[in-house]
Design a protein around this ligand. Structure first.
Ligand SMILES: [Zn+2]
Length: 76
Protein backbone atom coordinates (compact mmCIF):
# COMPACT_ATOMS: atom_id res chain seq x y z
CA UNK A 1 0.00 0.00 0.00
CA UNK A 2 1.77 3.11 -1.19
CA UNK A 3 0.56 6.62 -1.64
CA UNK A 4 2.24 8.07 -4.65
CA UNK A 5 0.72 11.46 -5.28
CA UNK A 6 3.72 13.70 -5.39
CA UNK A 7 6.67 12.70 -7.52
CA UNK A 8 9.21 14.38 -5.30
CA UNK A 9 11.31 11.66 -3.82
CA UNK A 10 12.71 13.58 -0.91
CA UNK A 11 11.39 11.76 2.08
CA UNK A 12 12.48 11.52 5.65
CA UNK A 13 11.71 9.10 8.41
CA UNK A 14 8.78 10.22 10.46
CA UNK A 15 5.62 9.15 12.19
CA UNK A 16 2.19 9.27 10.66
CA UNK A 17 -1.40 8.67 11.67
CA UNK A 18 -3.01 6.12 9.44
CA UNK A 19 -6.70 5.27 9.39
CA UNK A 20 -7.88 1.95 8.03
CA UNK A 21 -11.50 1.02 7.40
CA UNK A 22 -12.31 -2.62 6.88
CA UNK A 23 -15.48 -4.67 7.32
CA UNK A 24 -17.17 -1.64 8.91
CA UNK A 25 -14.39 -1.45 11.46
CA UNK A 26 -12.40 1.75 11.75
CA UNK A 27 -8.89 1.45 13.09
CA UNK A 28 -6.70 4.44 13.74
CA UNK A 29 -3.00 3.74 13.94
CA UNK A 30 -0.95 6.44 15.62
CA UNK A 31 2.81 6.88 15.48
CA UNK A 32 3.19 4.67 12.44
CA UNK A 33 6.78 4.63 11.18
CA UNK A 34 6.60 6.14 7.71
CA UNK A 35 8.57 7.93 5.05
CA UNK A 36 7.19 11.43 5.00
CA UNK A 37 7.46 13.58 1.90
CA UNK A 38 9.25 16.82 2.64
CA UNK A 39 7.34 18.54 -0.12
CA UNK A 40 3.70 17.87 0.67
CA UNK A 41 3.58 15.85 3.86
CA UNK A 42 2.24 12.72 2.22
CA UNK A 43 3.59 9.59 3.75
CA UNK A 44 4.63 6.24 2.43
CA UNK A 45 4.46 2.98 4.31
CA UNK A 46 6.89 0.17 3.67
CA UNK A 47 5.54 -3.27 2.82
CA UNK A 48 6.78 -4.52 6.17
CA UNK A 49 4.90 -1.80 8.03
CA UNK A 50 1.77 -2.33 5.96
CA UNK A 51 1.77 -6.06 6.69
CA UNK A 52 2.20 -5.36 10.39
CA UNK A 53 -0.76 -2.98 10.36
CA UNK A 54 -2.95 -5.43 8.47
CA UNK A 55 -2.09 -8.15 10.96
CA UNK A 56 -3.10 -5.93 13.85
CA UNK A 57 -6.22 -4.91 11.95
CA UNK A 58 -7.38 -8.49 11.45
CA UNK A 59 -6.96 -9.16 15.17
CA UNK A 60 -8.99 -6.07 15.97
CA UNK A 61 -11.74 -7.09 13.54
CA UNK A 62 -11.95 -10.49 15.23
CA UNK A 63 -12.52 -8.76 18.56
CA UNK A 64 -15.79 -7.44 17.17
CA UNK A 65 -15.21 -3.79 18.01
CA UNK A 66 -16.30 -1.03 15.65
CA UNK A 67 -13.50 1.39 16.28
CA UNK A 68 -10.09 1.09 17.83
CA UNK A 69 -7.11 3.35 18.25
CA UNK A 70 -3.76 1.60 18.20
CA UNK A 71 -0.79 3.65 19.29
CA UNK A 72 2.47 2.28 17.98
CA UNK A 73 5.49 3.34 19.89
CA UNK A 74 8.30 4.75 17.78
CA UNK A 75 11.16 2.37 17.18
CA UNK A 76 14.04 2.99 19.54
ZN1 LIG B 1 4.99 14.82 -1.87
Amino acid sequence: MEFVICKVEETENGLATFTLERNNVIIVFKNVPALVCKNCGDFYLTTKTTNMLLEKASKTIKKGVEIEVINLKPAA
